[in-house]
Design a protein. Structure first.
Length: 352
């Protein structure tokens, strides 16, 4: 028996259910120029197909694909609160391309997933423009993505982001930390800010301290300092690895878990990293967070990057040359520690 219907009911459309197909089409038209600027010769076809096609370069003899995926986390909550959407796209790209970089991979292409309850074309275009900016900084192609409008799934004005990066590395050049030995040097590349980690604590501190986010903070508005996009380290580090093969023994992207928990990910069990916290100055943002939240310093090192966005392990003999090359490429570099043999019961990273 069929379900009863009302003869007076008006025909329903997808728009009546909350999905605006025209808005989605308008967004695709808006973002095509952004994506076009990121194209690489290996990309076959363009935006709009069911799948994205990418031909591996013939420069690789034994290519190994390296993939990574991530989001932006609760930094998005601040983006909603501040109505600032033009930087989180770079954050999204950075979190994945910096991750695959640490294994020596060149990021090749990136895909994004943007989900919302009701599509705001201007907001979404700002986000995707930031994604394209991140891809340009990383040298990878924004090859495709998905915009999902799902009424009832997200509060009005909110959205979620996920990103997926694929890179390639020559099999013989994979960096896995296996060549790290006692006596090696730990270089730290400066971060641009809190990047995309620890924002649940940052938001809690802001809630408790109730600062004026538009007030001057060391020459900038505090809101801009807090929302500063994640630095992308791809081009300077790839250039160093290509100029001096084998110089980089290991890299750690300082993301969730801070310095304390990310550096051990590249160390063998018998090694420990001794990080000298006096070798760089804690940036003003982290000083403010520590003071306003009365956060213990060891907790700071475990939650935030504290001014070091990427740690790079090189031999003592190569440290001066590597530091000089990275500085010449525009990085701020600190010699933050050394690798030692690990004693019984000792942590794999000691910051102090």
């Amino acid at each position: 028996m069929s379900a009863p219907t009302s003869s007076n009911q008006a025909p329903l459309s997808y728009r009546d259910a909350g999905v605006d197909i025209e808005a989605g089409d308008a967004l695709v038209d808006r973002i095509k120029p952004f994506a076009k600027r990121t194209m690489r010769p290996e990309v076959l076809g363009g935006i709009g197909g069911f799948g994205a096609l990418f031909e591996l370069s013939k420069k690789y003899k034994e290519p190994v694909l390296v993939s990574g995926t991530d989001g932006v986390g609760t930094k998005l909550k601040l983006a909603f609160q501040l109505d600032k959407h033009d930087t989180v796209g770079q954050d999204l790209v950075a979190m994945s391309v910096n991750d695959i970089l640490v294994q020596g991979a060149e990021p090749l292409f990136f895909l994004d997933y943007f989900a919302c309850g009701k599509l705001d074309v201007d907001t979404a275009a700002d986000v995707v423009k930031g994604i394209a900016q991140g891809c340009e900084l990383a040298g990878c192609a924004l090859i495709g993505g998905e915009t999902a409008e799902m009424p009832g799934m997200y509060p009005a004005g909110e959205y979620d982001l996920a990103g997926f990066a694929v890179g390639a590395v020559e099999k013989a050049d994979i960096i896995d930390g296996s060549r790290i030995v006692p006596g090696d040097v730990l270089l730290g590349l400066a971060s641009s800010g809190a990047h995309s980690n620890g924002y649940s604590l940052i938001r809690k501190i802001i809630e408790v301290a109730r600062p004026d986010l538009d007030a001057d903070f060391h020459g900038r508005k505090l809101r801009d300092v807090v929302m500063e996009p994640t630095r992308i380290y791809v081009k300077p580090l790839l250039a160093l690895m290509q100029a001096v093969p084998g110089v980089v023994k290991g890299m750690a992207h300082i993301t969730g878990g801070g310095i304390t928990e990310n550096v051990p990910r590249i160390l063998r069990e018998e090694l420990t990293a001794r990080v000298d916290a006096t070798s760089w100055t804690l940036p003003p943002l982290f000083q403010w967070l520590q003071q306003q939240g009365k956060v213990d310093m060891q907790e700071m090192y475990r939650v935030f990057n504290c001014g070091i966005g990427m740690a790079v392990v090189v031999s003592a003999a190569d440290a001066d040359a590597a530091e000089a090359a990275l500085k010449a490429a525009g990085e701020t570099v600190y010699r933050i520690g050394r690798i030692d043999a690990r004693k019984d019961g000792e942590a794999q990273t000691i910051v102090g």
